[in-house]
Design a protein around this ligand. Structure first.
Ligand SMILES: *[C@@H]1O[C@H](CO)[C@@H](O)[C@H](O)[C@H]1NC(C)=O
Ligand SMILES: *[C@@H]1O[C@H](CO)[C@@H](O)[C@H](O)[C@H]1NC(C)=O
Length: 569
């Protein structure tokens, strides 16, 4: 009985906590409004980002171990054109060059990730520490600090040591929680005197869903309806453990912050006067962002996830929910383990209610009972999933404010790609995307959302996972076919630089001139780019063109001969 009463008291307490933290988000009020002229608070931090596997290359150099992406990208048919990140941008060799690109824009921070198998080749600290790998990150951090660029460091951006996948089944196995903690602890020990912003995981939604549910990403498992939930469960526990390690062992000395970077598209109800659409849109965001954010801020999964997955599991005749549960100790251990919340955001969907009968198999996607729609008038300059819907960003940021008690936010990823083989450095649509998304972020700051910094995604074109090199997110164009992976500024470099130097959008006249000036510079760079590939592609040219030219010559000679002979007759 006493136990029962205690539990009841706890329950009431938890409820009270939740109520005090979460205001209601107003789904029915979407003021899109016009462009807002104004600036960000002083000290607002401007940056750009990257991740290890996408940019470093040097996949087997200086003692680095294999990651699940080294293995996955070698499997035929998994990556567009069977490309790999083996060399990518060769960022491993170009620290100085890339820092000068950041200086050109006067970035305040640079977000990058540490490759776990580069410093622990077999994943385990007890096994072997690769000092050469550590040295690479030491040098990178030093070079950033010498140039007054603050490093924001991600511990896990998807490149799990392959050894841990083979031995434990990766994020499916709770043993990984302690192994990740050992790795993080090593990073705090070696880099923490100079790194003050730590991100445990980048986009864990993608790790869980694309790695273990759809299999589009490494390790490529298709454990539908269970794999993603299990992976996410271990990721959340691992995050909390690492936060506590920092809090108890390092915070006093190092005085840094530990957060996570969650990616979420915005979900707007198709009809904001229809309660069922509103509930469906709420589910969309809860299954996306709330899946991770609600445990870290409130101690448990969103109620709507527990309800939906629980009910569907029961209908399928399962003895327990496919969504794992946290016990009371775990809940209190996990609650409040986010010093700042990183937000990655790219696009928006319209959402409407749609029932999926549980007899039709189960998956993360059908568990949500909703359908995603897009407005055909939305511009989609690059990746097929990426529609430019700037107002969705302001909605998402306000949602975070109301749901999680107005946490400190760093935007950790925001940007747009361009279509394959595009060598146009005059990226008009990217300038417009940055202008409009950053403007909506400014409106959100004025709404009272606590955004402290913004990270443009990404510094360079890079390996885009299953899309290979076919999608380019960079402010800088990278010629992947050239030996030295030459970088060229796109017009958006100049444009973003002006946003940074003005700390926002001072007035209409000035902003109109930005675009014109940025476009002037890219026209001359375009000529550079057009000239360069001629030399770097000599091999290809000889391979393909020489035989073709020879064949043509023979043909022309033959025809000439025919004419000659005919003339004789
Ligand atoms: C990728 O590899 C698969 C399997 O070997 C092959 O069928 C496919 O044609 C390859 N694709 C390209 C673009 O080379
Ligand atoms: C987790 O890994 C350990 C050690 O390899 C193994 O004994 C255990 O069966 C694994 N558990 C799961 C759920 O895979």
């Amino acid at each position: 009985m006493a136990w029962c009463r205690q539990l009841r008291v706890c329950h009431v307490l938890v409820l009270a906590l939740c109520v005090s933290a979460a205001e209601d988000f107003d789904w029915t009020k979407n003021e899109m409004g016009s462009f807002y002229y104004g600036t960000f608070p002083t000290g607002f931090s401007w940056g750009a980002g990257s991740s290890a596997y996408q940019t470093e290359g040097a996949w087997d150099k200086d003692g680095k171990g294999m990651s699940i992406w080294d293995v996955f990208s070698r499997k035929k048919g998994k990556i567009y054109l069977n490309d790999t990140g083996d060399s990518s941008c060769d960022g491993y060799y170009k620290v100085k060059d890339d820092i000068s690109l950041m200086k050109e824009m006067k970035l305040n921070h640079y977000r990058f990730s540490i490759s776990w198998p580069r410093i622990l080749p077999n994943g385990m600290r007890s096994d072997q520490i690769n000092e050469k790998g550590i040295q690479y990150y030491e040098n990178l951090i030093s070079a950033l600090l010498e140039n007054q660029i603050t490093p924001i460091v991600t511990l896990y951006h998807w490149d799990l040591p392959q050894a841990l996948e083979e031995k434990y089944g990766g994020w499916q196995n709770s043993s990984i929680v302690n192994l990740f903690n050992d790795y993080a602890n090593l990073c705090f020990e070696r880099f923490g005197n100079r790194v003050k912003y730590w991100i445990t995981f980048s986009n864990p939604w993608s790790v869980a869903v694309e790695g273990y549910e759809t299999g589009e990403h490494a390790p490529g498992l298709k454990l539908r309806g269970t794999g993603a939930y299990k992976a996410a469960h271990n990721i959340i526990k691992a995050h909390a453990k690492v936060w506590h390690t920092y809090d108890t062992q390092w915070r006093n000395k190092q005085k840094g912050l530990v957060g996570i970077s969650l990616s979420a598209d915005w979900g707007e109800p198709v009809d904001i006067t229809n309660q069922r659409d509103i509930e469906a849109a709420d589910r969309y965001v809860q299954f996306y962002l709330g899946w991770f954010a609600t445990p870290l801020f409130n101690g448990d999964y969103p109620q709507v996830m527990k309800d939906y997955i629980g009910r569907k599991s029961a209908q399928q005749g399962l003895g327990s929910s496919r969504l794992p549960t946290f016990n009371p100790q775990e809940k209190s251990f996990i609650r409040g383990t986010c010093d700042f919340l990183g937000i990655g955001h790219f696009t928006t969907r319209y959402i409407t209610q749609k029932n999926y009968p549980s007899t039709r198999g189960n998956s993360y996607f059908t568990d949500r009972d909703l359908a995603e729609l897009v407005d055909p008038r939305w511009p989609d300059p690059g990746s097929e999933w990426l529609y430019s819907v700037p107002w969705g960003f302001r909605r998402l940021l306000n949602f975070v404010k109301s749901q999680y008690g107005n946490p400190m936010i760093y935007v950790t990823e925001n940007g747009v790609s361009e279509k394959m083989m595009c060598t146009d450095l005059c990226d008009e649509w990217r300038m417009q995307y940055f202008r409009d998304y950053i403007n909506e972020m400014l409106k959100a700051v004025n709404d009272g959302v606590n955004v402290k910094g913004y990270t443009a995604w990404s510094l360079l074109d890079k390996f885009e996972w299953d899309e290979g090199f076919s999608e380019r997110f960079g402010l800088y164009y990278v010629d992947f076919r050239s030996k030295n992976k030459q970088r060229y500024p796109k017009a958006s470099v100049q444009y973003y630089k002006r946003i940074i130097s003005s700390n926002g959008f001072p007035n209409q006249r000035e902003i109109e001139s930005w675009r014109r000036k940025a476009t002037e510079t890219c026209t001359s760079s375009n000529q550079l780019l057009a000239a360069d590939p001629l030399t770097s592609h000599m091999e290809m040219v000889t391979e393909i063109v020489v035989p073709t030219v020879c064949t043509l010559c023979i043909l022309i000679c033959a025809i000439f001969l025919m004419f000659l002979l005919r003339g004789r007759l």
